[in-house]
Design a protein. Structure first.
Length: 147
């Protein structure tokens, strides 16, 4: 049986921890260097799903995806951002992180995404022109077989 945990919104500058009972299994699984699918919505409302590498910052409640600003996923979030789902699945284990995503090209934010990516995947990410970071403020975690 899958479980869903809704995380309350937090004021700016505060940190978030995974709910009690989810921390060990979910955090451990998210620390494994797998790819995930990122789902955004196109302007016509249809889903756009793409495989991505990502990082999870448990203390901040942020998932980060590095990309280029001209990609469909970044363009879908341009301006005010939008809700997304990021799902890592391996066999019969999976976790989905949902939340509001925003795109940033600020060097400090992109650098933090690069640092965390290199730490997670063991090598630096590609460095294409126009690189941005998508930050997802996670407010819902759904998982299966991670308790």
């Amino acid at each position: 049986m899958s479980t869903t945990r809704r995380l309350p919104s937090l004021p700016a500058g505060t940190t978030r921890r995974l709910p009690v009972g989810a921390a060990a299994g979910v955090a451990g699984f998210l620390a494994e260097p797998h790819v995930a699918t990122l789902t955004t919505l196109r302007p016509d409302g249809s889903p756009h799903v793409v495989a991505v590498r990502f990082t999870w910052d448990e203390a901040a409640g942020l998932a980060r995806v590095l990309t280029v600003g001209s990609t469909r996923k970044a363009r879908n979030l341009a301006g005010q951002g939008g809700r997304v789902a990021l799902c890592q699945a391996v066999g019969f284990r999976w976790v989905t992180l949902e939340g509001l995503a925003t795109v940033h090209d600020v060097p400090d934010r992109v650098s933090e995404g690069v640092r965390r990516y290199a730490e997670r995947y063991g090598s630096p990410p590609p460095h294409p022109p126009g690189r941005v970071v998508i930050e997802i403020a996670v407010d819902r975690i759904t998982q299966l077989n991670l308790d």
